[in-house]
Design a protein around this ligand. Structure first.
Ligand SMILES: Nc1ncnc2c1ncn2[C@@H]1O[C@H](COP(=O)(O)OP(=O)(O)OP(=O)(O)O)[C@@H](O)[C@H]1O
Ligand SMILES: [Mg+2]
Length: 581
């Protein structure tokens, strides 16, 4: 991937740059109002104190105060509005970019992150960053601005009284830093516990059917309870530290105010300062100290959000290990469907000693039907997943129509190769929506025809609403065999040159399976078909059957040839026909 130079996040800020600028500027306007107001108030108090307020507050002062109030309100509202708008827009763009990125991920990329973590990063982590931006835009100028402005006003009012800041500012700083250093590790731990809890929830709720069928509810409730109580414990310990924050800060603030009143009172009595100025001074003290506290808090929260930002960048900068950027023939279509494996070796983990596939040499002429048989874990699914480049082989070559699969664009390649995955999925939506994944422009007759070939038309027609029947999330409201047939229909609808069925009729009864086979043979005759099956009966009329054992091809031929020449094949056959016993 092209490595971004400079400030990484700028491309998400750029479209909303005006908001990012206007927001903080509004806050400055608010600060001006807030800092000038006490000064005006002090004038009134001074006049009242001196007994010169007999004619009421002067128009100028009144207008000034109303002006300050308007500045505070428009600045505050505008600042909050633009900051939120900037943060929300930033997050929305980032989220959609991240989503697009994850869609480009290969199976191997997804294996590396795990689905749960990707979901957390796309939701929770982005929200953290969004909150930081909203807060930062409001506070980044406001807090330091307010602190400096109030400090200056205080010094102008009374330089010698301002010496209290020399003591109270360091005192507040030290205390805040101390509390944050105590609290921060606890908050970091808190984040881990939240992750933990989310993982538990996600796993249990998505797999609630399995949980129930194994009557594991109590166990899972227990597991959840543990994660939950750990979160509570960590949360309590983190917040116990934070509970001190507020009272300690208030204490420090009032200690300073009292000191100012004590010292300032004397100055007032000696006639070197007016009462109104003292009251304004006290307001500035609270403004300076509360801004200071705000700044340190913001630093703390930003370090938390920066951790999230890092997690987001990991996803955005994950190297896509499958790309078609360097494809030599990006416009080439799969035209015949001939497949060839040349000396192919593959492993899921590049550092593992044993390869999942090794020394695979296999040529499948276009239009033929090939069966793949082998014990569980022998590498059947892995072998076929190399054809549409769900994974890339480590050594050797996979060719389609004599061209290395890496030289096609992924889109053209996968248009030509349709694969019904072993753990296939349907999506929430109507039956016809689901089938149209194969071809979004297919008309109703075409959809129906594909369903007929997959022996799905009959049961779909019996659904309430027929093809408009709504499938539940993950396809839970159709039976296993129905789901498999819908997935086959979906694949057929894309009219592929190469059709791969990975154990796709395992839940279909043998009579229906035979009908599907007949339909495939008679109506989809020009496509190359690869059928992975556990039952020999599913593949025995294939033009060629490949026997796979521990990632190697141990036999290749027709049913009759293999029966006489391949012991492994014969054993499987005997065990399935009852002769083995
Ligand atoms: N995504 C993956 N990450 C790591 N290892 C995997 C992955 N998928 C499969 N494997 C491993 O690769 C080997 C071959 O798996 P594969 O799924 O190809 O077997 P299979 O022949 O299709 O088995 P089955 O008949 O059970 O479907 C197995 O040892 C499996 O554990
Ligand atoms: Mg498999």
């Amino acid at each position: 991937m092209h490595k971004q130079k400079g400030f990484y996040w700028f491309k998400y800020i750029k479209p909303y740059l005006p908001y990012f600028i206007i927001g903080p500027l509004c806050m400055i306007v608010e600060v001006i109002g807030e800092v000038v107001m006490p000064k005006l108030l002090s004038v009134v108090i001074n006049q009242a104190n001196a007994g010169t307020l007999t004619d009421g507050i002067s128009l100028g002062i009144m207008a000034g105060m109303i002006g300050c109030a308007i500045l505070m309100m428009t600045g505050g509202v505008g600042g909050a509005y633009f900051a939120s708008k900037a943060a929300v827009s930033f997050a929305a763009d980032l989220r959609s970019d991240m989503y697009r990125r994850v869609q480009q991920f290969s199976f191997a990329n997804i294996d590396r992150f795990s689905t749960g973590s990707l979901v957390t990063r796309m939701t929770n982590d982005i929200t953290q960053v969004q909150n930081l931006i909203a807060t930062a835009l409001r506070m980044a100028l406001r807090a330091p601005g307010m602190m400096i402005a109030a400090l200056i006003m205080a010094i102008i009012l009374n330089p010698s009284l301002s010496l209290v800041f020399a003591v109270s500012i360091p005192l507040v700083l030290v205390t805040v830093v101390f509390i944050i250093r105590m609290g921060f590790p606890r908050f970091a731990a808190l984040q881990d516990k939240v992750d933990n809890l989310n993982n538990t929830i996600q796993e249990d709720v998505t797999n609630v059917r399995v949980v129930k069928s194994f009557v594991r509810e109590d166990y899972e409730i227990d597991r959840f309870g543990k994660a939950n109580s750990e979160l509570k414990k960590t949360g309590m310990s983190a917040f116990r530290v934070m509970i001190f924050m507020q009272p300690v800060m208030t204490l420090l603030m009032y200690a300073t105010v009292i000191t100012v009143i004590l010292l300032g009172g004397r100055i007032v009595l000696s006639g070197d300062m007016e009462v109104g100025d003292l009251s304004a001074f006290i307001t500035y003290v609270t403004q300076v100290l509360s801004s200071l506290i705000m700044i340190t808090f913001m630093l703390m929260f930003s370090s938390r959000a920066l951790a999230s930002a890092k997690r987001i960048r990991e996803v955005m900068e994950e190297k896509l290990d499958l790309s078609d950027e360097n494809a030599s023939f990006p416009d080439l279509d799969v035209s015949h469907g001939e497949i060839e494996f040349r000396n192919v070796t593959f492993r899921y983990f590049k550092d593992s000693a044993d390869s999942v596939l090794s020394g695979i040499n296999l040529r499948i002429p276009a239009g033929k039907t090939v069966g793949i048989i082998g014990s569980t874990g022998s590498g059947k699914s892995t072998l076929v997943s190399l054809i549409p480049r769900l994974y890339d082989c480590d050594e050797g070559e996979v060719l389609v129509d004599g061209v290395n699969v890496k030289e096609y664009s992924l889109e053209k390649l996968r248009d030509g190769v349709s694969m019904v995955l072993q753990n296939n999925m349907l999506f929430s939506g109507s039956v016809s929506d689901n089938l149209r994944w194969g071809d979004e422009n297919a008309d109703d007759d075409t959809v129906r025809h594909a369903a007929k070939q997959a022996q799905a038309d009959k049961f779909v027609s019996s659904f309430p609403g027929g093809y408009e029947y709504q499938i539940g999330q993950g396809g839970t409201n159709v039976s296993g065999g129905q789901k498999q047939r819908l997935c086959i229909a979906r694949a057929l609808l894309s009219r592929p040159k190469i059709l791969i069925l990975d154990d796709s009729t395992s839940a279909v009864d043998t009579a229906t399976e035979a009908q599907i086979r007949t339909a495939l043979r008679e109506e989809v005759h020009d496509a190359t078909k690869i059928i992975i099956a556990q039952r020999i009966s599913s593949v025995q009329d294939a033009d060629m059957i490949v026997v796979l054992n521990e990632g190697r091809i141990t036999g290749c031929g027709t049913h009759d040839e293999l029966l006489s020449s391949n012991t492994e094949y014969r054993e499987i056959y005997d065990s399935q026909t009852g002769k083995g016993a």
